[in-house]
Write a protein that binds this ligand. Sequence first.
Ligand SMILES: [Ca+2]
Length: 243
Amino acid sequence: MKVRSLSLLFVHERPTHIGIVMQSSNGVNSLGSNSCALVPYICQCISCALVPHICQYQCVSQPGGYACVCPDGYQLQAERLCEDRNECESGRYCQADQMCWNYHGGYRCFPRNPCREPYTAIAEGRCACRSDVAACRGLPSSMVYKYMSITSGRTLPADLFQVASTDASSSMIHNFNIVSGNDRQEFYLRSISGRSAMLVMSRPLQGPREAVVDIEMTTHNTALNYRSSAILRLTIIIGAYPF
Ligand SMILES: [Ca+2]
């Protein structure tokens, strides 16, 4: 039996309002819960109370105005937006035999070699079971490990991941199925062509959480009359926020 492998293709504001406050007798202007430093004739003061949605995550009132803050794992961008901090860029969080995977709000370290007996590594995140090994009989000939990150609150349905066979031979018939990790019926597969399919998210996934989905590709070689299968194990990390 030949070893077949999966080829994987991985196929994200609010208005600012200005409050105008006139000069007061003590030289400090006030509006709502905030106060403004005096400017010659008028003071422009943006208050959290006046514009509660000015910050993407959270607004904190301060003397003279406000400040936007972001949750752990995010950094402030353009004074009011939050963007994920990519911990993996520094290259100092994971061990040499691990792979760093950045996601919205954090990071993970995954083993570079996730293969378990009787599978052996043939590439990073890709494992094969040899047909001449007795323990491999009845098992998928290959397992591919992939990781992806999404935010909470995505519009549905949402295309997540495309899986395709590298073999375009007309004698090959491919079928794709979700074989585990879909107990809550949150995903389905949409056929794209005879040799590829798209994993689609059909129900909202609220983070922080992790979903591990196994997609099986079975291949029937009609010319040589043999069948094989391969598994894509996709780990989806869902961030806690919609950003
Ligand atoms: Ca991150």
